[in-house]
Design a protein around this ligand. Structure first.
Ligand code: PEP
Ligand code: MN
Length: 352
């Protein structure tokens, strides 16, 4: 892919590129106040959702095109660039007719090739930076497919946004980061800038700072962070929004380390290993929690902990699977026995 820089003239070329602003444009006052507070802290690119894809009907679905003139004021009065999510050809036309500077495609949209193609067709012949969020499901090819559809429409200023992947297990993250996926995207398309969205990964304020640091340590190119003048009063995603003041504090606190050229490959590979290990640990912890649930069931139904036949089946099947995946059967057995032992230990605790 022959990609061109997504940087705009008045934006600093240094890493990280920062985009900030509320989840949604709510009122003209809220937009202007938030933008003023961000601009006075050096933020150059203002994000705001105009059309909001909500999981359930009845939620706030955005102010719609009525909010676009507010963004024009942000451009004119504060000299900021504006970024808006588009999900249909109509959104594209309306955003362009109001001179929005950057478009992004949301996670629900990039999961749908028909919708992405519709947006791509509406962008034919237009030169504007487009950022493509990962699809809600952890499917790298689908993400790359969305990027290719936009590229094939003639858009060369493209960036990706990593916003995590939908999960029913929301204990820690609202959307699981699965960092190995954007890392693999970078391996496959090295010149594609990748921006991390800690707000939608974390889903809560406290996680923004550590996620920003994590993204910087993984060499992400930028951050898109939800910021609102009165976060607790936000009409959407209140729990994850931070004030411009807190945003400024976080940006001044995170450490930006630069990976030197000579060791870049090795370091990148090691980081991938770290990420995969993190994913393994997360998965193991989830498996243990599931096995705790089974422990409770067994207790309630007066069943013994060890179910030999089930254990045998697991061993047999997984060993066959492992061999098909180029791993040694004995190795797999050792891993499974260890996991099983730990599961039993957990269930014993529950039985007590
Ligand atoms: C958003 O950026 O406010 C949004 C709706 O994000 P996502 O598409 O990642 O859910
Ligand atoms: Mn949001």
């Amino acid at each position: 892919m022959e990609l061109e820089s997504i940087l705009l003239p008045r934006v600093d070329a240094k890493r990280p590129l920062i985009i900030a602003g509320p989840c949604s444009a709510e009122t003209e006052e809220q937009v202007m106040q938030t933008a003023r507070e961000l601009s006075s802290r050096g933020i150059k690119i203002f994000r705001a959702g105009i059309w909001k894809p909500r999981t359930k009907p009845g939620g706030f679905e955005g102010v719609g095109a009525e909010g676009l003139p507010w963004l024009k004021r942000v451009q004119k009065e504060l000299g900021m660039y504006t970024a808006v999510e588009v999900a249909t050809a109509k959104h594209v036309r309306e955003a362009l007719s109001h001179n929005v500077d950057i478009l992004w495609i949301g996670a629900r949209t990039s999961a749908n090739p028909f919708a992405v193609q519709e947006i791509a067709d509406a962008l034919e012949g237009i030169d504007i930076p487009v950022l493509i969020k990962n699809p809600v499901n952890p499917d790298l090819d689908l993400w790359i497919g969305a990027i290719e559809r936009i590229y094939n429409a003639g858009i060369h200023r493209i960036g990706a946004i990593h916003r995590g992947f939908s999960t029913s297990d929301k204990k820690i993250y609202r959307n699981l980061p699965q960092w190995h996926i954007p890392i693999e995207l970078h391996r496959q398309i090295p010149n594609l800038p990748i921006i991390c969205d800690p707000s939608h990964i974390g889903g809560k304020r406290e996680l923004i700072a550590p996620l920003c640091q994590h993204a910087m340590d993984l060499n992400f190119d930028g951050l898109i962070i939800e910021s609102h003048c009165h976060p607790d009063k936000a009409w959407s995603d209140a729990a994850q929004q931070i004030t411009p003041e807190v945003l400024d504090f976080i940006l001044n606190t995170i450490v930006i380390r630069d990976i030197t050229q000579s060791t870049e490959n090795l370091t990148a590979l090691r980081r991938q290993i770290d990420e995969l290990d993190n994913s393994l640990l997360e998965l193991l912890a989830r498996r243990m929690r599931k096995s705790n649930e089974i422990g409770i069931y067994k207790k309630e139904h007066n069943m013994p902990i060890l179910q030999e036949q089930r254990y045998d089946e697991i061993l047999q099947n997984r060993i066959v699977q492992a061999k098909q995946m180029d791993m040694d059967g004995e190795f797999m057995k050792t891993v499974l026995v260890a996991i099983h032992e730990e599961s039993i230990r957990h269930q014993m605790e529950i039985m007590k």
